[in-house]
Design a binder for this molecule. Structure first.
Ligand SMILES: Cc1cc2nc3c(=O)[nH]c(=O)nc-3n(C[C@H](O)[C@H](O)[C@H](O)COP(=O)(O)OP(=O)(O)OC[C@H]3O[C@@H](n4cnc5c(N)ncnc54)[C@H](O)[C@@H]3O)c2cc1C
Length: 392
């Protein structure tokens, strides 16, 4: 595996670096670096700015507006984005729905939905999990029953990230109760989150913020042409999404920025008259975190090399998810330890102390969820045991 960039890749790196330097608004950068939650408007205007430079749908093929980059270019772009202190152009439409529509959508669906994802006009949320169906997604119960030209949807989805920001939702629904659970699931598009029968209730998470929701569907009518693929194909589509190439799943780029920030904080801050970096335990913790992060980065490079050689990453994604989220949690814990008693307030409201520590506890609390969302660590370990270690 050669981990040096080619002259062309280095040129590309300079180009991207210069763009972020010139275009990233300073206030957005500061907010992102502090770990503060961005507003809907801030996220959308950042997505539109990225889009204006052709930097939004970077994983999409050129026929749908993507820049035709290879996996290494996408990796470089993400590394430069994080190093600049820029937020991700977060969008489930781009990462999840776009690839699904390209693979399974009808020509009409592609024409209707893809351009509005590309232009950041539409905000899609993901309606998979239910109160009784998370890791065991196949047991989902939300029903879609065909009635004339419409499906009528009843049930509830939970943990819907940014459901209150979204205008549209892609959902897994049950269209058949008689067959094997997986075979009775379909993938459907809900065009309007303010349609009659939809109620969105906020869930405030342990960081004190409102990212999550429970969404209730009471006789919601959705035209039958909003079904993606065939009835009963939802499980295949969901699996396609999970194995879809993800070179940034480990979050290495953001963790590297985080570590650099932690080193700066340790050099610039004192607790009880002593510089944090002069504390032996703090130095050891930082060194250990750096070693762990470096190991993760090299594992990520191996996956990248495989992708560059045309091999699609499989269960290795699970390894990257486990170690990537472990590292994120480790770094947030380190910051809390460094903050000492400044970490007592669990929310930034009324925080008094060095600004560097204002969001330490809030971020630590939020990141408890990182080993749950996107497939919990325990379930990822099952995948590794089965697919990589051959255990049954
Ligand atoms: C912050 C956040 C954002 C989310 N956003 C979304 C979203 O936008 N859309 C959406 O659809 N969902 C979303 N989710 C839901 C997420 O996908 C589920 O929480 C996750 O799949 C786990 O399901 P569960 O919560 O039902 O827990 P459960 O599946 O009930 O698991 C409970 C515990 O049991 C363990 N466990 C379960 N099965 C096994 C097994 N076979 N072997 C060993 N251990 C097991 C789990 O690891 C976990 O520790 C989000 C969750 C969080 C926390």
């Amino acid at each position: 595996m050669n981990i040096d960039y080619s002259p062309e890749e280095l040129e590309f790196q300079q180009e991207v670096r210069a763009w972020f330097k010139e275009n990233l608004p300073e206030d957005l950068k500061q907010k992102n670096m502090r770990g503060e939650m961005l507003t809907r408007e801030e996220i959308i205007s950042w997505q539109k700015l990225l889009g204006s430079a052709g930097y939004l749908v970077v994983s999409w093929p050129p026929e749908h507006g993507g820049p035709d980059w290879n996996a290494t270019q996408r990796y470089i772009f993400d590394a430069e984005r994080a190093a600049a202190g820029a937020p991700v152009g977060f969008s489930m439409g781009i990462i999840m729905l776009g690839p699904v529509l390209m693979a399974f959508g009808s020509p009409e669906q592609k024409e209707k939905y893809l351009p509005k994802i590309e232009s950041a006009e539409d905000w899609w949320c993901q309606g998979y999990s239910e109160p009784g169906a998370g890791s065991d997604l196949a047991s989902l119960k939300t029903q879609a029953v065909l009635d004339g030209d419409d499906y009528v949807i009843n049930g509830t989805k939970i943990w819907t990230t940014y459901g209150h920001y979204a205008n549209r939702c892609f959902c897994l629904v049950r269209t058949d109760n008689e067959c094997k659970p997986q075979a009775g699931i379909s993938f459907i598009l809900i065009d309007d989150m303010s349609a009659p029968g939809i109620e969105i209730q906020p869930i405030v998470s342990i960081d004190g913020e409102h990212h999550l929701n429970q969404v209730f569907f009471d006789n919601v009518r959705v035209p039958k042409e909003n079904l993606v693929g065939q009835e009963g194909q939802g499980w295949t589509i969901a699996k396609y999404l999970l194995t879809h190439e993800r070179t940034t799943i480990a979050g290495v780029a953001d963790s590297k920025l985080n570590l650099a920030n932690i080193k700066r904080i340790a050099a610039e801050n004192e607790v009880d008259g002593k510089a944090l970096i002069d504390d032996e335990q703090t130095r050891l913790d930082i060194a250990q975190a750096e070693i762990n992060l470096m190991q993760l980065e090299f594992t990520n490079f191996r996956t990248l090399a495989d992708t560059a050689a045309g091999r699609a990453p499989g269960p290795e994604s699970s390894l990257l998810k486990i170690k990537g989220t472990d590292t994120q949690q480790e770094l947030s814990e380190l910051k809390v330890k460094m903050a000492g008693y400044y970490a007592f307030p669990w929310h930034t409201e009324g925080f008094v102390g060095p600004e560097d520590f204002a969001y330490a506890t809030q971020t630590y609390n939020f990141l408890r969820a990182s080993t749950i969302y996107g497939g919990s660590t325990e379930v990822q370990k099952n995948v590794v045991a089965k697919m990589l270690l051959g255990l049954r």
